[in-house]
Design a protein around this ligand. Structure first.
Ligand code: SF4
Ligand code: SF4
Length: 370
C-alpha cells in the first residue's frame, strides 16, 4: 500500500491570510483562468491556482514556495478571475507571510506589518536621534550658515546608520539562508543545475532591467515606475558611497559645492525617486477597482520611500532658502525615514529585493523556464 499522505490544514493560517488582505481567497473555485492569463508563470506546475488552493486549505508550506516570488503582482489574474478571488493580492499576502516567517524575531515582523504599531515604528528612530542629540549637546537649531553636520556630525550619522544597516544585513542574511535551505529540502525540491554565480548574473540582469516585470499587462506602467524608483535608489546609493569614501579616505570636509557633479547626481536620484513613487501611488489608485487597492504592507513601503524622497528634497530646498527653522527639522525627519527604511528592511516589503532574487535564482537553476 502506498504511503499515506497527510494534509494538515491550519485554520489560523487561513484566518491570517484573510486578515492581512487575502479575504477573497475562499471565493476561488479552481477554474485555472489565472494560470492561463499569467504571462510570468512557467508551463509546468503553473501559479497562482495551486497557491490559491494551498491558501484556502491552510497549507502553510506554501509560504516557502519560490513560485510566490516569481509573481510580480501585475494583477492580470485578478482582472480575469471570474470569482473575484484576487489571486494577485493573495500571492502578495503570502509573500508578506514569507518575509515574516524568515525574519527574526518574527514578532517584530508582525508588528512592523500591523498598522496599529506604526506609532512605535516611528517613535523608535525619533527617540534614538533625539537621545543622540541630547547626549552630544546638540538639541537646538544651530546658529549661522545652515550646515547639517553642525547638528548631526558625520561620525554620528555613520555610527547610527552603519549600525542600522549592519543589523538589517545580518537579519536578512540569516533569513535568506534559512529560506534557501528550506526550498532545497522541500517536497518540491529538484536537483539544481549550474553554479550559483553563473546563474546569479542573468538573474540580476533580469531584475535590473525588469524584463519579467515588463510582461505584465494590466499594470504595465507599474514596471516602468518601479524601474524609476530602483534607479533613483541606485543613484543615491552611489552618491552615498562616494560621500563615505570622501569623508573616511580623503578627509575632505564640508558639504558639496552647489554645482558639484555629485550634488547633481543626488538631485537626479531624488527626482527619480519622488517621480517614480508619485506615479506608483497614482497608478495604484487608478487601478484599484480592477487590480485591487493593495494591502497596508504594500502601502507602507510606498510611504516610507515617499518620506525619504520628500524630506530629502525638502531639507535641501530649505537649506538653499536659508530657513534654518525648517531645514534642520526636515533634515531630522529625513534621517528618521532613512533609518526606518534601513533598519526595518528585513520586516517590510523592501525585503522582497533579496527573497525574490533568491527565488528567481532557484527557479533558474531548477529549470523553471527562464
Ligand atoms: S483564483 Fe480565480 S481564476 Fe484562479 S482558479 Fe481561482 S477562481 Fe479561477
Ligand atoms: S499577479 Fe500577475 S504575475 Fe502574479 S500570478 Fe497574477 S498574473 Fe501572474
Amino acid at each position: 500500500m502506498a504511503d499515506e499522505i497527510l494534509i494538515k490544514p491550519d485554520l489560523k493560517f487561513v484566518q491570517r491570510i484573510m486578515a492581512a488582505g487575502g479575504q477573497d481567497a475562499k471565493k476561488c473555485y479552481q477554474c485555472d483562468t489565472c494560470c492561463v492569463v499569467c504571462n510570468l508563470t512557467p508551463e509546468n506546475h503553473p501559479f497562482p491556482r495551486k497557491e490559491m488552493l494551498q491558501a484556502q486549505w491552510g497549507l502553510k508550506e506554501v509560504i516557502k514556495s519560490p513560485d510566490i516570488w516569481l509573481c510580480h503582482q501585475c494583477s492580470d489574474c485578478t482582472v480575469h478571475c471570474p470569482r473575484g478571488a484576487k489571486p494577485g493580492e493573495v500571492l502578495g499576502v503570502l509573500r508578506q507571510m514569507c518575509i515574516e516567517n524568515y525574519a527574526i524575531p518574527p514578532q517584530l515582523a508582525r508588528m512592523v506589518g500591523d498598522l496599529r504599531f506604526l506609532p512605535l515604528l516611528i517613535a523608535f528612530p525619533v527617540l534614538l536621534l533625539l537621545a543622540a542629540l541630547k547626549v552630544t549637546g546638540r538639541l537646538a537649531i544651530p546658529e549661522g550658515t545652515i550646515v547639517f553636520s553642525k547638528m548631526f556630525p558625520w561620525w554620528m550619522v555613520d555610527i547610527i546608520f552603519m549600525g542600522a544597516a549592519a543589523f538589517a544585513v545580518a537579519v536578512l542574511a540569516q533569513g535568506v539562508m534559512r529560506y534557501w535551505r528550506d526550498i532545497n529540502t522541500s517536497p518540491w525540491a529538484v536537483k539544481l543545475q549550474g553554479s550559483v554565480l553563473a546563474n546569479l548574473i542573468p538573474v540580476l540582469q533580469d531584475i535590473l532591467l525588469h524584463n519579467r516585470f515588463k510582461k505584465c499587462e494590466t499594470t504595465y506602467a507599474r514596471s516602468l515606475n518601479h524601474l524609476l524608483v530602483v534607479f533613483g535608489f541606485i543613484t543615491l546609493g552611489l552618491v552615498t558611497a562616494w560621500a563615505f569614501v570622501r569623508e573616511w579616505v580623503f578627509h575632505w570636509p564640508g558639504p558639496y559645492p552647489f554645482f558639484s557633479p555629485f550634488k547633481m547626481l543626488a538631485l537626479l536620484g531624488t527626482a527619480l525617486l519622488i517621480y517614480g513613487i508619485y506615479q506608483i501611488i497614482v497608478a495604484r489608485q487608478a487601478n484599484a477597482d480592477k487590480a485591487g487597492f493593495g494591502t497596508y504592507f504594500d502601502w507602507q513601503l510606498i510611504y516610507i520611500v515617499a518620506a525619504v524622497g520628500i524630506t530629502g528634497a525638502g531639507s535641501w530646498l530649505f537649506r538653499l532658502l536659508g530657513i534654518a527653522s525648517l531645514a534642520y527639522p526636515v533634515y531630522f525627519l529625513h534621517l528618521t525615514s532613512v533609518f526606518i527604511l534601513f533598519f526595518f528592511a528585513p520586516y517590510t516589503k523592501l525585503a522582497h529585493l533579496v527573497y525574490r532574487t533568491v527565488a528567481m535564482l532557484y527557479a533558474r537553476m531548477s529549470g523553471r523556464g527562464f
